[in-house]
Write a protein that binds this ligand. Sequence first.
Ligand SMILES: [Zn+2]
Length: 444
Amino acid sequence: MKPTGLSLLLLFICGWASMTEASAQTTIVSAFDVIHYDVQLEPDVINKTVTGKVLIRLISRVDNLETIEFDCGALLIDAVRENKEGLKFTRNGSRLNISLSRPAKAKGRRTIEVEYHGSPRRGIRFFPDRGQVYTAFSNSQWMVCVDAPEDRATLRLNLVVPAKAHTVANGRFVARHKSASGKIVHEWRQEKPVPTYTFGFAAGEFHEVTERHGRVRLRYLAAQFSDDELRRIFRDTEDMIRFFETRAGVRYADETYTQVLAAQGYGQEMSGFAVMGESYGRQVLGDERDVWLGAHEVAHQWWGNMVTCRDWNHFWLNEGMAAFMAAAYTEHRFGQAEYLREIEANRVNYLKVRDAGKERSLVFPNWTAPTAEDRMLVYDKGAYVIHLLREQLGERDFWAGIRHYTRTYFGKSVTTPDFQRAMEQASGKNLADFFAKRVYLTKR
Ligand SMILES: [Zn+2]
Protein backbone atom coordinates (compact mmCIF):
# COMPACT_ATOMS: atom_id res chain seq x y z
CA MET A 1 0.00 0.00 0.00
CA LYS A 2 1.05 3.60 -0.41
CA PRO A 3 2.55 5.15 2.72
CA THR A 4 -0.13 7.81 2.70
CA GLY A 5 -2.72 5.12 3.27
CA LEU A 6 -0.68 3.39 5.88
CA SER A 7 -1.79 5.08 9.02
CA LEU A 8 -5.48 4.68 8.29
CA LEU A 9 -5.00 1.04 7.58
CA LEU A 10 -2.87 0.52 10.63
CA LEU A 11 -5.65 1.87 12.75
CA PHE A 12 -7.85 -0.97 11.70
CA ILE A 13 -5.68 -4.03 11.45
CA CYS A 14 -5.30 -6.79 13.93
CA GLY A 15 -8.45 -6.31 15.90
CA TRP A 16 -7.32 -3.52 18.17
CA ALA A 17 -10.83 -2.12 18.42
CA SER A 18 -11.95 -5.08 20.44
CA MET A 19 -9.24 -5.03 23.00
CA THR A 20 -10.69 -3.07 25.83
CA GLU A 21 -12.32 -5.95 27.57
CA ALA A 22 -9.35 -8.22 27.02
CA SER A 23 -7.00 -5.93 28.83
CA ALA A 24 -7.52 -6.55 32.49
CA GLN A 25 -7.43 -10.31 32.67
CA THR A 26 -4.24 -11.16 34.44
CA THR A 27 -5.86 -11.74 37.81
CA ILE A 28 -8.17 -14.47 36.61
CA VAL A 29 -5.45 -16.23 34.64
CA SER A 30 -3.25 -16.49 37.67
CA ALA A 31 -5.62 -18.77 39.60
CA PHE A 32 -5.81 -21.44 36.89
CA ASP A 33 -4.41 -22.34 33.51
CA VAL A 34 -6.65 -23.43 30.67
CA ILE A 35 -4.92 -26.16 28.68
CA HIS A 36 -7.58 -27.14 26.13
CA TYR A 37 -10.84 -25.95 24.60
CA ASP A 38 -13.21 -28.29 22.78
CA VAL A 39 -15.71 -26.11 20.96
CA GLN A 40 -18.79 -26.93 18.93
CA LEU A 41 -20.05 -23.82 17.20
CA GLU A 42 -22.84 -23.12 14.75
CA PRO A 43 -22.68 -19.65 13.26
CA ASP A 44 -25.93 -18.53 11.58
CA VAL A 45 -24.71 -16.16 8.90
CA ILE A 46 -28.16 -14.97 7.87
CA ASN A 47 -29.28 -14.07 11.38
CA LYS A 48 -25.80 -13.12 12.64
CA THR A 49 -25.98 -15.39 15.64
CA VAL A 50 -23.92 -18.16 17.20
CA THR A 51 -24.89 -21.22 19.20
CA GLY A 52 -22.13 -23.07 20.92
CA LYS A 53 -20.88 -25.44 23.52
CA VAL A 54 -17.36 -25.41 24.94
CA LEU A 55 -15.55 -27.91 27.14
CA ILE A 56 -12.79 -26.09 29.01
CA ARG A 57 -10.03 -28.22 30.52
CA LEU A 58 -8.04 -26.37 33.16
CA ILE A 59 -5.45 -26.88 35.86
CA SER A 60 -5.79 -25.04 39.15
CA ARG A 61 -2.71 -23.10 40.17
CA VAL A 62 -3.89 -22.67 43.74
CA ASP A 63 -5.30 -24.79 46.52
CA ASN A 64 -8.97 -24.57 47.40
CA LEU A 65 -10.09 -22.84 44.21
CA GLU A 66 -13.83 -22.37 44.68
CA THR A 67 -14.80 -20.07 41.85
CA ILE A 68 -13.51 -19.61 38.36
CA GLU A 69 -14.08 -16.82 35.89
CA PHE A 70 -14.11 -16.81 32.12
CA ASP A 71 -14.67 -14.09 29.56
CA CYS A 72 -18.00 -14.41 27.81
CA GLY A 73 -18.40 -11.15 25.90
CA ALA A 74 -22.10 -10.49 25.36
CA LEU A 75 -22.94 -14.20 25.02
CA LEU A 76 -25.97 -15.55 26.82
CA ILE A 77 -25.14 -18.52 29.01
CA ASP A 78 -27.60 -21.40 28.82
CA ALA A 79 -25.93 -23.92 31.11
CA VAL A 80 -22.72 -24.64 33.00
CA ARG A 81 -21.84 -28.20 34.01
CA GLU A 82 -19.06 -30.34 35.37
CA ASN A 83 -19.43 -34.10 34.89
CA LYS A 84 -23.05 -33.54 33.80
CA GLU A 85 -23.85 -31.82 37.09
CA GLY A 86 -25.21 -28.28 36.77
CA LEU A 87 -23.07 -25.57 38.38
CA LYS A 88 -24.17 -22.23 39.77
CA PHE A 89 -23.06 -19.27 37.75
CA THR A 90 -23.48 -15.53 37.64
CA ARG A 91 -22.25 -12.96 35.21
CA ASN A 92 -20.61 -9.68 35.90
CA GLY A 93 -20.50 -7.67 32.70
CA SER A 94 -18.49 -9.70 30.23
CA ARG A 95 -17.28 -12.17 32.87
CA LEU A 96 -18.84 -15.50 33.69
CA ASN A 97 -18.35 -16.46 37.33
CA ILE A 98 -18.77 -20.16 38.12
CA SER A 99 -18.98 -21.76 41.57
CA LEU A 100 -17.36 -25.18 41.62
CA SER A 101 -19.38 -27.78 43.52
CA ARG A 102 -16.15 -28.93 45.21
CA PRO A 103 -13.00 -26.77 45.39
CA ALA A 104 -10.08 -27.55 43.11
CA LYS A 105 -6.74 -28.53 44.59
CA ALA A 106 -3.48 -27.09 43.34
CA LYS A 107 -2.56 -28.86 40.08
CA GLY A 108 -6.03 -30.40 40.04
CA ARG A 109 -7.51 -30.86 36.56
CA ARG A 110 -11.12 -29.92 35.94
CA THR A 111 -13.33 -29.86 32.87
CA ILE A 112 -16.14 -27.33 32.70
CA GLU A 113 -18.83 -27.39 30.03
CA VAL A 114 -20.59 -24.19 29.00
CA GLU A 115 -23.52 -23.91 26.60
CA TYR A 116 -24.25 -20.51 25.14
CA HIS A 117 -25.76 -18.52 22.33
CA GLY A 118 -25.77 -14.92 21.24
CA SER A 119 -25.74 -12.20 18.62
CA PRO A 120 -22.18 -10.89 18.80
CA ARG A 121 -21.65 -7.41 17.48
CA ARG A 122 -17.89 -7.71 17.34
CA GLY A 123 -15.24 -10.40 17.50
CA ILE A 124 -16.98 -12.09 14.57
CA ARG A 125 -18.13 -10.62 11.26
CA PHE A 126 -21.08 -11.90 9.27
CA PHE A 127 -21.78 -11.14 5.59
CA PRO A 128 -25.26 -12.60 4.94
CA ASP A 129 -25.43 -11.48 1.33
CA ARG A 130 -22.12 -13.20 0.62
CA GLY A 131 -22.58 -16.23 2.85
CA GLN A 132 -19.35 -15.50 4.74
CA VAL A 133 -18.34 -15.33 8.38
CA TYR A 134 -15.00 -14.92 10.11
CA THR A 135 -13.68 -14.20 13.57
CA ALA A 136 -11.71 -11.12 14.51
CA PHE A 137 -9.68 -11.04 17.67
CA SER A 138 -12.14 -10.63 20.52
CA ASN A 139 -12.80 -14.32 20.86
CA SER A 140 -14.89 -14.27 24.02
CA GLN A 141 -17.61 -12.77 21.81
CA TRP A 142 -18.13 -16.17 20.15
CA MET A 143 -16.63 -18.69 22.58
CA VAL A 144 -16.45 -18.61 26.36
CA CYS A 145 -12.73 -18.58 27.19
CA VAL A 146 -9.91 -16.81 28.97
CA ASP A 147 -9.33 -13.96 26.58
CA ALA A 148 -5.86 -13.00 27.80
CA PRO A 149 -2.73 -13.26 25.65
CA GLU A 150 -0.61 -15.18 28.13
CA ASP A 151 -2.95 -18.16 28.49
CA ARG A 152 -2.06 -20.61 25.74
CA ALA A 153 -4.18 -23.65 25.00
CA THR A 154 -4.93 -26.26 22.38
CA LEU A 155 -8.24 -26.32 20.54
CA ARG A 156 -10.60 -28.67 18.84
CA LEU A 157 -13.20 -26.78 16.86
CA ASN A 158 -16.24 -28.49 15.39
CA LEU A 159 -17.77 -25.93 13.09
CA VAL A 160 -21.33 -26.48 11.87
CA VAL A 161 -21.56 -24.96 8.40
CA PRO A 162 -23.68 -25.06 5.24
CA ALA A 163 -22.88 -27.86 2.80
CA LYS A 164 -21.15 -25.57 0.28
CA ALA A 165 -18.89 -23.85 2.79
CA HIS A 166 -15.12 -23.92 2.69
CA THR A 167 -13.51 -23.34 6.06
CA VAL A 168 -10.23 -22.53 7.69
CA ALA A 169 -9.49 -22.67 11.39
CA ASN A 170 -6.44 -23.23 13.53
CA GLY A 171 -4.10 -26.10 12.98
CA ARG A 172 -5.10 -29.17 11.03
CA PHE A 173 -8.30 -30.01 9.21
CA VAL A 174 -9.34 -33.38 10.62
CA ALA A 175 -12.57 -34.39 8.92
CA ARG A 176 -15.93 -33.42 7.54
CA HIS A 177 -18.67 -35.13 9.54
CA LYS A 178 -22.42 -35.26 9.38
CA SER A 179 -24.05 -34.51 12.72
CA ALA A 180 -26.93 -36.56 14.11
CA SER A 181 -29.33 -33.90 12.80
CA GLY A 182 -27.81 -34.14 9.32
CA LYS A 183 -25.77 -30.94 9.49
CA ILE A 184 -22.25 -30.64 8.07
CA VAL A 185 -19.47 -30.33 10.61
CA HIS A 186 -15.87 -29.40 9.82
CA GLU A 187 -13.48 -30.53 12.51
CA TRP A 188 -10.21 -28.64 13.06
CA ARG A 189 -7.52 -29.24 15.64
CA GLN A 190 -4.85 -26.94 16.98
CA GLU A 191 -2.41 -29.31 18.65
CA LYS A 192 0.28 -26.86 19.78
CA PRO A 193 -0.84 -24.44 22.49
CA VAL A 194 -1.39 -20.89 21.21
CA PRO A 195 -2.96 -17.76 22.75
CA THR A 196 -6.75 -17.79 22.54
CA TYR A 197 -6.83 -14.49 20.64
CA THR A 198 -5.19 -16.36 17.75
CA PHE A 199 -8.03 -18.92 17.72
CA GLY A 200 -10.57 -18.38 15.00
CA PHE A 201 -12.10 -19.48 11.76
CA ALA A 202 -13.49 -18.30 8.46
CA ALA A 203 -16.28 -20.02 6.58
CA GLY A 204 -18.04 -19.19 3.37
CA GLU A 205 -18.82 -20.00 -0.21
CA PHE A 206 -15.22 -19.43 -1.20
CA HIS A 207 -13.39 -21.10 -3.97
CA GLU A 208 -10.02 -22.38 -3.09
CA VAL A 209 -6.59 -22.53 -4.64
CA THR A 210 -3.88 -24.64 -3.05
CA GLU A 211 -0.18 -24.56 -3.80
CA ARG A 212 2.62 -26.45 -2.17
CA HIS A 213 5.90 -24.75 -1.63
CA GLY A 214 8.32 -27.08 0.02
CA ARG A 215 7.14 -28.04 3.47
CA VAL A 216 4.27 -25.58 3.72
CA ARG A 217 0.94 -25.91 1.94
CA LEU A 218 -0.52 -22.55 0.94
CA ARG A 219 -4.29 -22.12 0.70
CA TYR A 220 -6.03 -19.11 -0.79
CA LEU A 221 -9.78 -18.70 -0.19
CA ALA A 222 -11.84 -16.05 -1.92
CA ALA A 223 -15.11 -15.64 -3.74
CA GLN A 224 -14.36 -12.80 -6.11
CA PHE A 225 -11.10 -13.66 -7.82
CA SER A 226 -10.10 -16.20 -10.45
CA ASP A 227 -7.61 -18.94 -9.62
CA ASP A 228 -4.99 -17.14 -11.66
CA GLU A 229 -5.62 -13.86 -9.84
CA LEU A 230 -5.33 -15.56 -6.46
CA ARG A 231 -2.00 -17.06 -7.44
CA ARG A 232 -0.80 -13.60 -8.48
CA ILE A 233 -2.08 -11.87 -5.34
CA PHE A 234 -0.36 -14.36 -3.06
CA ARG A 235 2.66 -15.24 -5.15
CA ASP A 236 5.10 -13.76 -2.60
CA THR A 237 3.78 -15.84 0.29
CA GLU A 238 6.42 -18.54 0.07
CA ASP A 239 9.13 -15.89 -0.13
CA MET A 240 7.64 -14.10 2.91
CA ILE A 241 7.66 -17.29 4.95
CA ARG A 242 11.22 -18.06 3.95
CA PHE A 243 12.35 -14.50 4.71
CA PHE A 244 10.78 -14.47 8.17
CA GLU A 245 12.10 -17.97 8.93
CA THR A 246 15.60 -16.70 8.20
CA ARG A 247 15.17 -13.52 10.23
CA ALA A 248 13.52 -15.37 13.12
CA GLY A 249 15.87 -18.32 13.13
CA VAL A 250 12.77 -20.43 13.70
CA ARG A 251 10.76 -22.35 11.12
CA TYR A 252 7.12 -21.60 10.42
CA ALA A 253 5.23 -23.59 13.05
CA ASP A 254 2.40 -25.06 10.95
CA GLU A 255 2.13 -27.25 7.88
CA THR A 256 -0.37 -24.98 6.15
CA TYR A 257 -0.73 -21.23 5.85
CA THR A 258 -4.11 -20.00 4.63
CA GLN A 259 -5.04 -16.53 3.42
CA VAL A 260 -8.67 -15.55 3.05
CA LEU A 261 -9.99 -12.59 1.10
CA ALA A 262 -13.35 -11.92 2.73
CA ALA A 263 -16.02 -9.49 1.58
CA GLN A 264 -14.60 -6.81 3.86
CA GLY A 265 -11.79 -6.61 6.35
CA TYR A 266 -8.55 -4.89 7.19
CA GLY A 267 -6.37 -7.79 8.22
CA GLN A 268 -6.69 -10.24 11.07
CA GLU A 269 -4.00 -12.68 11.96
CA MET A 270 -4.84 -16.01 13.53
CA SER A 271 -2.68 -19.01 14.22
CA GLY A 272 -1.93 -20.57 10.82
CA PHE A 273 -4.01 -18.18 8.75
CA ALA A 274 -5.04 -14.60 8.09
CA VAL A 275 -8.22 -12.95 6.86
CA MET A 276 -7.99 -9.82 4.76
CA GLY A 277 -10.51 -7.94 2.64
CA GLU A 278 -11.02 -8.29 -1.08
CA SER A 279 -9.66 -4.75 -1.33
CA TYR A 280 -6.22 -6.15 -0.49
CA GLY A 281 -6.43 -8.48 -3.48
CA ARG A 282 -7.42 -5.61 -5.77
CA GLN A 283 -4.52 -3.50 -4.44
CA VAL A 284 -1.93 -6.16 -5.13
CA LEU A 285 -3.32 -6.83 -8.60
CA GLY A 286 -3.04 -3.07 -9.23
CA ASP A 287 0.48 -2.77 -7.84
CA GLU A 288 2.57 -5.80 -6.95
CA ARG A 289 4.38 -3.76 -4.28
CA ASP A 290 1.27 -3.37 -2.16
CA VAL A 291 1.97 -6.54 -0.20
CA TRP A 292 2.74 -4.81 3.09
CA LEU A 293 -0.44 -6.06 4.77
CA GLY A 294 0.00 -9.64 3.61
CA ALA A 295 3.60 -9.55 4.90
CA HIS A 296 2.49 -7.98 8.19
CA GLU A 297 0.05 -10.83 8.81
CA VAL A 298 2.62 -13.49 7.86
CA ALA A 299 5.10 -11.83 10.27
CA HIS A 300 2.57 -12.27 13.08
CA GLN A 301 2.99 -16.04 12.75
CA TRP A 302 6.25 -15.44 14.64
CA TRP A 303 5.87 -12.07 16.38
CA GLY A 304 2.47 -11.95 18.02
CA ASN A 305 1.18 -15.49 17.64
CA MET A 306 4.26 -17.34 18.93
CA VAL A 307 6.33 -14.65 20.64
CA THR A 308 3.40 -13.00 22.38
CA CYS A 309 3.17 -9.90 24.54
CA ARG A 310 2.45 -11.04 28.10
CA ASP A 311 -0.32 -8.50 28.39
CA TRP A 312 -1.62 -5.73 26.16
CA ASN A 313 0.56 -3.12 27.87
CA HIS A 314 3.44 -4.57 25.81
CA PHE A 315 1.35 -4.73 22.63
CA TRP A 316 4.04 -2.89 20.66
CA LEU A 317 6.10 -6.08 20.78
CA ASN A 318 3.37 -7.68 18.62
CA GLU A 319 2.39 -4.79 16.37
CA GLY A 320 5.47 -2.61 16.13
CA MET A 321 7.48 -5.72 15.37
CA ALA A 322 5.05 -7.01 12.70
CA ALA A 323 4.93 -3.54 11.10
CA PHE A 324 8.73 -3.33 11.09
CA MET A 325 9.07 -6.86 9.72
CA ALA A 326 6.62 -6.10 6.89
CA ALA A 327 8.79 -3.12 5.96
CA ALA A 328 11.89 -5.32 6.17
CA TYR A 329 10.19 -7.75 3.80
CA THR A 330 9.52 -4.98 1.29
CA GLU A 331 13.22 -4.15 1.46
CA HIS A 332 14.12 -7.77 0.72
CA ARG A 333 11.61 -7.97 -2.12
CA PHE A 334 11.72 -4.52 -3.71
CA GLY A 335 14.85 -2.82 -2.41
CA GLN A 336 15.90 -0.39 0.28
CA ALA A 337 13.98 2.60 -1.10
CA GLU A 338 10.73 0.74 -0.49
CA TYR A 339 11.75 -0.05 3.10
CA LEU A 340 12.71 3.54 3.79
CA ARG A 341 9.40 4.72 2.36
CA GLU A 342 7.50 2.49 4.81
CA ILE A 343 9.65 3.57 7.76
CA GLU A 344 9.24 7.23 6.79
CA ALA A 345 5.47 6.74 6.82
CA ASN A 346 5.78 5.26 10.32
CA ARG A 347 7.93 8.20 11.42
CA VAL A 348 5.53 10.80 9.99
CA ASN A 349 2.59 9.20 11.77
CA TYR A 350 4.53 9.06 15.01
CA LEU A 351 5.51 12.72 14.72
CA LYS A 352 1.86 13.67 14.27
CA VAL A 353 1.11 12.06 17.61
CA ARG A 354 4.15 13.57 19.29
CA ASP A 355 3.50 17.05 17.92
CA ALA A 356 -0.07 16.85 19.16
CA GLY A 357 1.34 16.34 22.65
CA LYS A 358 0.01 12.76 22.82
CA GLU A 359 3.28 10.88 23.07
CA ARG A 360 3.55 8.22 25.78
CA SER A 361 5.81 5.37 26.72
CA LEU A 362 5.53 2.42 24.34
CA VAL A 363 4.87 0.32 27.43
CA PHE A 364 1.47 1.34 28.66
CA PRO A 365 0.60 1.50 32.35
CA ASN A 366 -2.86 0.12 31.66
CA TRP A 367 -4.10 -0.59 28.15
CA THR A 368 -7.77 -0.42 29.05
CA ALA A 369 -9.08 2.39 26.87
CA PRO A 370 -6.48 3.09 24.19
CA THR A 371 -6.98 6.16 22.01
CA ALA A 372 -6.34 6.33 18.28
CA GLU A 373 -3.02 8.03 19.11
CA ASP A 374 -2.06 5.25 21.51
CA ARG A 375 -2.61 2.76 18.73
CA MET A 376 -0.58 4.80 16.28
CA LEU A 377 2.25 4.81 18.81
CA VAL A 378 2.11 1.04 19.17
CA TYR A 379 2.17 0.44 15.40
CA ASP A 380 4.01 3.40 13.90
CA LYS A 381 6.35 4.48 16.65
CA GLY A 382 6.90 0.81 17.48
CA ALA A 383 8.10 0.06 13.94
CA TYR A 384 10.13 3.27 13.81
CA VAL A 385 11.89 2.55 17.12
CA ILE A 386 12.81 -0.95 15.98
CA HIS A 387 14.23 0.64 12.82
CA LEU A 388 16.28 3.04 14.99
CA LEU A 389 17.51 0.09 17.02
CA ARG A 390 18.61 -1.54 13.76
CA GLU A 391 20.54 1.61 12.86
CA GLN A 392 22.14 1.79 16.30
CA LEU A 393 23.21 -1.87 16.43
CA GLY A 394 24.13 -2.35 12.80
CA GLU A 395 22.99 -5.18 10.56
CA ARG A 396 24.89 -8.05 12.09
CA ASP A 397 24.11 -7.38 15.74
CA PHE A 398 20.52 -6.31 15.12
CA TRP A 399 19.52 -9.43 13.22
CA ALA A 400 21.49 -11.64 15.59
CA GLY A 401 19.46 -10.02 18.38
CA ILE A 402 16.16 -10.64 16.58
CA ARG A 403 17.08 -14.30 16.12
CA HIS A 404 18.13 -14.67 19.74
CA TYR A 405 14.94 -12.96 20.95
CA THR A 406 12.69 -15.03 18.71
CA ARG A 407 14.35 -18.36 19.47
CA THR A 408 14.42 -17.68 23.21
CA TYR A 409 10.76 -16.73 23.47
CA PHE A 410 9.14 -18.80 20.71
CA GLY A 411 5.91 -20.21 22.17
CA LYS A 412 6.26 -17.96 25.23
CA SER A 413 5.10 -14.62 26.56
CA VAL A 414 7.33 -11.57 26.53
CA THR A 415 7.67 -8.16 28.09
CA THR A 416 9.71 -5.22 26.90
CA PRO A 417 12.60 -5.95 29.32
CA ASP A 418 12.82 -9.45 27.78
CA PHE A 419 13.22 -7.88 24.35
CA GLN A 420 15.85 -5.42 25.60
CA ARG A 421 17.79 -8.17 27.38
CA ALA A 422 17.80 -10.46 24.33
CA MET A 423 19.06 -7.66 22.08
CA GLU A 424 21.76 -6.78 24.63
CA GLN A 425 22.86 -10.39 25.07
CA ALA A 426 23.21 -10.94 21.33
CA SER A 427 24.96 -7.65 20.60
CA GLY A 428 27.01 -7.30 23.77
CA LYS A 429 25.86 -3.67 23.94
CA ASN A 430 24.10 -1.86 26.75
CA LEU A 431 20.77 -0.55 25.47
CA ALA A 432 19.56 1.08 28.68
CA ASP A 433 19.89 4.59 27.26
CA PHE A 434 18.21 3.65 23.99
CA PHE A 435 15.20 2.10 25.74
CA ALA A 436 15.00 4.92 28.28
CA LYS A 437 14.96 7.53 25.55
CA ARG A 438 12.94 5.81 22.81
CA VAL A 439 10.68 3.34 24.58
CA TYR A 440 10.04 4.48 28.16
CA LEU A 441 10.60 8.24 27.69
CA THR A 442 12.37 8.37 31.04
CA LYS A 443 15.35 10.15 29.45
CA ARG A 444 15.38 12.81 26.79
ZN1 LIG B 1 -0.84 -6.66 13.27
